[in-house]
Design a protein around this ligand. Sequence first.
Ligand code: TXA
Ligand code: MG
Length: 313
Amino acid sequence: MSRVGPVTDESVNEAAAILRAGGLVALPTETVYGLGADATNDRAVARIFEAKQRPEFNPLIVHVPNLEAARAHAIFDVRSQRLADRFWPGALTLVLARREGSDLSLLVSAGLDTVALRCPAHEIARRLLAAAGRPVAAPSANRSGRISPTTASHVADDLGDAVDLILDGGPCPIGVESTTVDVTGDTPLLLRPGGVTREAIESEIGSLGTPDDASVRAPGMLASHYAPRAPLRLNAQDAAPGEVLLAFGPDAPAGAVNLSASGDLVEAAANLFAMLRDLDDAEPGAIAVMPVPEHGLGVTINDRLARAAAPRA
Ligand code: TXA
Ligand code: MG
């Protein structure tokens, strides 16, 4: 098994040294755990794909400490600058035009002339970025197609020996991935709903478009994704024989595993992936999921549930 360590100055420095030497470090962020590598090192970035068993090279999010560092790699216009000012550090990823002369590995862009940048808010992620002194490419630290990890033990279960060190920062406070917005065209596009709501982003820069073909623009957003082993049955009111129930809200059957008994969407997002993993571990015939309201973070939760329920290849 890979080493899982508590976070101390020593372990953060060790993690930074592993990154600089081309190794892989799993790190907590406020959204989900990331599988990090030095984004300027082609071989290190290639190891991410190998560890995740990604079938093809999808582009990766590059984590930077601040807007100034981001500017070395991408071109910001008025809108992207506004979004960064308002939501960074935080759960927003911007897809931007790559700056010529950026020393980022071409692999992080997977052949596109764009790059996805995020400045994380989590204290441990920030300490690691500062100690490493390099941009860190980090997709979610799960095997490709599986549920994203929100604890260090999720990472260890999924990636085992493939990662050199896992920094254990406890459960991720937001629990779903960052919102991803492509600001390279005339109309900014919502590529992936996430931890920052669409409403919050639109209040800064106006209406977001929806890409015609999200799977092409954001290749990580394949229809079947975030999948537990068990099939999902959405819009359920209770569990049928052989099923387990993932409940939501105050009207749920007593004693059910409940994303949020009070109906709080922030709490539900934080619980989503860990509860799906726990229910899946019992190897049920199916996971029946109660409806979640389609507003605010509910949009993100329903996006992930729909992908988890999609037909598998
Ligand atoms: O919250 C998060 O965003 C987490 C944490 C670790 O930061 N990371 C994460 O990364 O979810 P990943 O690789 O699992 O998802 C990255 C998403 C994918 O859907 C990918 O296709 C898209 O961002 N993406 C990355 N670079 C892109 C680019 N240049 N153009 C379009 N989409 C891009
Ligand atoms: Mg992912």
